[in-house]
Design a protein around this ligand. Structure first.
Ligand SMILES: Cc1ncc(COP(=O)(O)O)c(C=O)c1O
Length: 403
């Protein structure tokens, strides 16, 4: 490992660096091949070096490098228009002059507080929201006060429904309503899946999200839906469209540009103009190369049937075989986003880490959060690849859990 690398930036280094990628596969400097069932940082929606994105970036690179906000670039306007054309609510405006999901969430928070003139924000324990000061403030874990300016006094955390069963979401609603009654709350921010918190999803998700939306309306709180993790992984592109909800602000990043540094918000028309110039339009936001990548990504999503729900069936079949053998693991998922939850087997992470590591040794890259493993391949994944990974997983679990 390089002596010059800041420790916090690549905590898991120990493997050799990745040097090349092709679709769902990538290769390290020793030539070892991996199947990416994590979409890298849960962002590489179309996999490595998707031809449409490569072509778009190459062409754009020779056209214009950058333009100040005095002009904007044609490719920025084109990306905005395209994103608007697929937005769940046509009565909305788009700002993609941001680079990361944290910027987008921060923008949403600023907008909600400024518009409502109410300082409080409701967030959820365990939920990831970002790494800027405001987004660490509202993050449901790992808030080190020494890194923050100000306090978290105006942030109100509620307990999300239990991962294993969303039947008990009524407790969560009660907590939200109780805070909304008592405090001056400008907005509520929610990642509909909470992948980092262990993936909250089951047949009640729609009702749960709709109930939250209703509370937001009743108490004049801006409903912010964080679609950083979800955009593009649903057949409807947006999770909000899939579950038929109508948030006031949708925040986007990660997959929107196929893994290039671009993020932004879709805000309802009535919120337009709340933020002033220089309050949410970053220098590198809306960079022409990333806009070209975004256009290519959205067009690819619109022109290709990735058969996400058909692929869901393969995951369901694979995991049901695993459940037959290991009845005390919990499994939940939607489309091609799945979680294998070992919290009923172990309270620490030893077995989960072993499964993760053996899978990695065998060329399957997953994501681990404590005693949970996340499967979130790029949408280009094939049914055969899912079957292959499910089979490998079963064998590895037999080795690790039966010994
Ligand atoms: C749900 C969610 N919101 C926001 C973020 C922050 O995005 P970024 O790391 O691009 O700032 C992430 C990143 O993992 C996320 O998963």
């Amino acid at each position: 490992m390089s002596n010059y690398l800041a420790k916090n930036t690549l905590p898991h280094v120990g493997t050799t660096p990745a040097v090349r990628g092709d679709g769902i596969k990538f290769y390290d400097a020793n030539g070892k091949q991996y199947y990416d069932f994590s979409s890298q940082t849960l962002n590489l929606l179309l996999g490595q070096c998707h031809p449409s994105i490569v072509k778009a970036i190459r062409e754009q690179a020779g056209r214009i490098s950058y333009a100040s906000s005095r002009f904007g670039t044609d490719v920025y306007f084109e990306a905005v228009e395209l994103l608007h054309s697929i937005a769940p609510n046509p009565e909305s405006k788009v700002n993609i002059k941001m680079c990361d999901g944290s910027d987008a969430n921060e923008t949403a928070i600023k907008t909600a507080r400024k518009y409502t003139n109410k300082p409080g924000i409701i967030s959820f324990y365990k939920m990831h929201t970002g790494q800027t000061t405001q987004t660490i403030n509202i993050r449901g874990y790992g808030r080190d006060e020494r890194t923050l300016i100000g306090t978290t006094d105006q942030v109100y955390f509620v307990n999300p429904p239990k991962c294993k069963d969303l039947m008990d979401y009524l407790d969560t609603l009660e907590e939200i309503e109780e805070i909304a009654k008592r405090e001056k709350i400008g907005g509520l921010i929610l990642d509909p899946l909470m992948v980092n918190g262990g993936l909250l999803v089951n047949k009640n998700t729609r009702e749960y999200l709709r109930a939250i939306q209703t509370i937001c309306k009743n108490y004049n709180m801006i409903f912010i839906l964080d679609e950083n993790q979800t955009f593009g992984w649903f057949p409807t592109l947006f999770a909000s469209k899939y579950w038929d909800i109508d948030p006031d602000i949708i925040t986007l990043g990660k997959g929107l540009s196929g893994g290039n540094p671009l993020a932004g918000v879709i805000i309802k028309d009535y919120l337009d103009g709340v933020l002033d110039y220089n309050e949410a339009d970053f220098t590198n936001g809306g960079n022409p190369l990333c806009c070209a990548a975004t256009i290519a990504t959205i067009n690819t999503l619109l022109n290709t049937n990735f058969k996400i729900m058909e692929k869901e069936k393969i995951f369901t079949e694979g995991f049901s075989v695993i459940k037959e053998k290991f009845s005390n693991v919990n499994v939940r998922g939607i489309g091609i986003i799945w979680c294998l939850d070992l919290s009923d087997i172990e309270s620490d992470n030893n077995l989960t880490s072993s499964i993760y590591k053996v899978m990695l040794d065998r060329g399957i890259f997953l994501r681990q959060y404590g005693n949970k493993l996340i499967f979130k391949p790029p949408v280009i994944v094939t049914e055969e690849e899912i079957r292959m990974v499910m089979l490998k997983l079963r064998k590895v679990m037999e080795e690790v859990l039966c010994n």
